[in-house]
Design a protein around this ligand. Structure first.
Ligand code: ASP
Length: 438
């Protein structure tokens, strides 16, 4: 017997029938002792998330505009869910208090957090689990930074005491007791914190997809699901644009060596994706795990004869970036050339100054700029064990007539990053996917 912590996202709890599915999932396995719900999300594309409605109530209240109508929508959602589930639960007092608090000037964080807070008693009643208010067990410090030690201490004791519990996601308390939320999507973080405090064997993150896909479904039709991925690989893919779960949710469980299992509430028999420890070498090594990429990078090429023997050249170049408050992504270099790859968003309105400063500080022979670069990362922990991966990669790109403008194999040896022209982005991803996945 082990302990499983289940976080259910907004789409998994959007209405009574979705909540009923979540309840069935939890009840199907007695190891599923702790549940972290999000607020009810969208029931369809046109629908509104409860969290967004609460932010709207807050904004109206701040401007002295009536938010009765918006709050009515919120009341109807919760009351409808309770009635449809046939629960013996009256939400009226809870709802009235939230409305009065918002009208009295409660903070945006308080307002937004009520989406999860109000869903907690409903999910707890449906499961017959205890309800634990995160304000009592999840803490931030004076500066608003998550207080991991205090939380671990208090929360682990509380969970051991209650046995089975529902701990709503997304928020905790400041030292003075006021409510603070994590950033948007932050229920994932609560799930990870609860998993660590419970000493869980697995953190199940239930959502509306059967795991992570090997690449972007907007580019490749029906890409395969990734069966297992390490935390490091996930970081690389997420950094390159793959949308997974909240970035900060990885750290608490990674530290505790707890795997995350991404699962689909609407297809509970699918195994989903297992996110495993970096040192876990079990299982079949595939040549590549996933492909992700981002468009809109600029490359600044700097050329200077005998650059390689000029002490401090690299420092000077990077200092120019630092002084202009610009972070860079890559720095592929040759003997007499060096280049920096920078996200366009970093350079907005600054390119001319940067070029002027480079000319002044580095005294190069020439500087040129290419503004339409896309980066694609092909990630796989199997890469450093399997011979011929890069040969196949570049062969496939050549066949697809994609001009590779930059190559960078991450020092981890599990990531080959290529730079291609923005217009070749989709074709390049399709070609790499076809070569390695089929
Ligand atoms: N309800 C919050 C949001 O919409 C947190 C979450 O769902 O994870 O951002």
């Amino acid at each position: 017997m082990g302990i499983k912590v289940c976080k259910f996202g907004g789409s998994s709890l959007a209405d009574a029938s979705q909540i009923a599915k979540a309840v069935d999932i939890v009840k199907a396995d007695s190891d599923r002792q702790f549940v972290v719900p999000s607020a009810p999300g969208k029931r369809n594309k046109e629908d509104q998330k409860i969290t967004d409605l609460l932010y709207l109530c807050h904004a109206h209240a701040q401007q002295g505009i009536s938010f009765d109508d918006v709050f009515e929508l919120i009341c109807n959602r919760y009351k409808g869910i309770v009635a449809e589930l046939g629960l013996d639960l009256d939400m009226t007092d809870h709802l009235e208090k939230v409305k009065a608090d918002i009208a009295a000037g409660a903070s945006a964080d308080y307002a937004a957090s009520r989406g999860e807070f109000l869903n907690g008693p409903i999910v707890a009643a449906a499961l017959g689990f205890a309800f634990v208010d995160p304000a009592q067990v999840i803490f931030f410090d004076k500066k608003g930074k998550f207080d991991s030690e205090k939380t671990q201490d208090v929360l682990s004791k509380k969970l051991a005491e209650v046995g089975n519990a529902v701990v709503p996601g997304f928020f905790g308390a400041m030292p003075d007791g006021t409510i603070k939320t994590f950033s948007r999507g932050g229920s994932d973080i609560t799930g990870a914190i609860v998993a660590r405090a419970a000493g869980a064997d697995v953190y199940e993150n239930w959502t509306d997809v059967s795991g992570l896909l090997k690449t972007d479904p907007r580019i490749v039709d029906n890409p395969m699901t990734i069966a297992t991925i390490t935390y490091k690989e996930l970081r690389e893919l997420a950094y390159m644009g793959a949308s997974v779960m909240h970035e900060e949710a990885i750290f608490p469980v990674r530290k505790a060596g707890i795997p995350i299992n991404i699962r689909n509430t609407n297809a509970p028999d699918d195994a989903g994706t297992m996110i495993i420890s970096d040192s876990d070498t079990s299982g079949k090594l595939e040549s590549i795990t996933g492909i992700a990429g981002r468009k809109d990078f600029t490359v600044i090429y700097v050329e200077k004869a005998l650059m390689n023997s000029e002490v401090g050249f690299g420092r000077k170049l990077l200092e120019v970036l630092e002084e202009n408050q610009i972070s860079f992504e890559h720095m592929p270099s040759g003997i007499d050339t060096t280049s920096v790859v920078i996200a366009n968003s970093q350079l907005e309105g600054k390119l001319d100054d940067v070029l002027k400063d480079i000319k002044h500080v580095c005294k190069p022979d020439s500087v040129s700029v290419y503004e339409n670069m896309a980066l694609i990362a092909t990630v796989g922990r199997g890469m450093n064990h399997i011979v011929g991966i890069s040969g196949r990669l570049f062969g496939a790109l050549g066949k697809a007539k994609v001009n590779v403008r930059m190559i960078d194999q991450g020092s981890s040896e599990m990531n080959i990053i290529i730079g291609v022209e923005g217009d070749d982005f989709e074709n390049a991803i399709k070609a790499i996917y076809a070569e390695f996945v089929g």
